[in-house]
Design a protein around this ligand. Sequence first.
Ligand code: NAD
Ligand code: DAU
Length: 329
Amino acid sequence: MRVLVTGGAGFIGANFVRQTLTERPDVQVTVLDKLTYAGSRGSLAGLDVELVEGDVADRDVVDPLVAQADVVVHFAAESHNDNSLNDPWPFVHTNIVGTFTVLEAVRRHGTRLHHISTDEVYGDLELDDPAKFTATTPYNPSSPYSSTKAGSDMLVRAWVRSFGVAATLSNCSNNYGPYQHIEKFIPRQITNVLDGRRPKLYGAGLNVRDWIHVADHNAAVWDIIDRGQVGRTYLIGADGEMSNKAVVELVLELLGKDPGDYDHVADRPGHDLRYAIDSRPLREELGWEPRFHDFRAGLADTIEWYRTNEAWWRPQKDAVEAKYAATGQ
Ligand code: NAD
Ligand code: DAU
């Protein structure tokens, strides 16, 4: 099987490629990645993959790659909410025009597509709301990032219905694990502590995220490719709700520091309060179960990865912190 992975040099995509090559020796992988600030050749170092550097919104690049593939797994996106507040255009370009470009290519060539999306398309929940997001929750995105991901989902659904494109969709909650860019919450706090800086918590830190290990996300993606129903949306989550404050305190504790040793900084404008996923259809229909049940153990492994892979993140650290300092964060 030949798989084209868009965005395969980013966090989740690179983990997907690594997992695929380990667990599926019959799969040949080609990565299409623009190698933006978020993509890194180093995340694919030593792997037997073809890496094509190019823009997923460029038809001339995308078309011949899709023509050669049996399956396209579409991870490529601008993915960070804070960046989308500072400069929304790259989000419209990559998330909307890029997905359109992929859809037109799979339509021309009859190629199977799996589209990777996010729980943020559903907006947010109150802290005490007993409901969780399901595949029928109305879309209500808050940020330029989540609205462009919502737009990309709508394009995929329309191409399935109007043109018979063979696509599935998944909307996953917050991932953690190795190779995540240090602009994101967990790696930022880990590398802050490793670097002798204090962790930075937005606002009061009461916002809740539903954490899942990246390996569990990617295992679910393969289950959907293998056994999912074309046209369906599957929500992926591992019942990992935790407040940001609790996560920061756990990072500090696992690194042997005082759990209160962090700063409250300016909140994110429009900050979503809580995400929570109901993943029962994925579990009951496709038999998926998360393997990383213990967040504390998964976080400890992730901390160890950043400790031993400083060469991977160090070159970006000062610039990332300078950018946050400019917004008071
Ligand atoms: P990331 O920012 O780490 O990686 C994105 C990758 O896409 C990078 O390698 C980047 O170079 C590439 N890219 C960006 N623009 C491109 C373009 N125009 N053409 C080609 N490549 C381009 O993101 P991530 O966290 O790995 O997220 C991957 C996907 O998963 C995204 O679609 C995101 O919306 C979704 N998602 C992420 C999470 C999470 O917690 N990180 C959760 C749910 C869903
Ligand atoms: O829910 C899935 C989404 O999770 C994905 O679609 C996104 O691509 C991914 O970036 C992530 O979005 P969040 O905005 O939830 O993730 P982020 O890591 O930016 O922030 C997590 C929480 O931590 C959020 O409530 C903001 C807060 N935060 C973030 C940073 C960077 C802080 O308190 N301090 C920080 O320094």
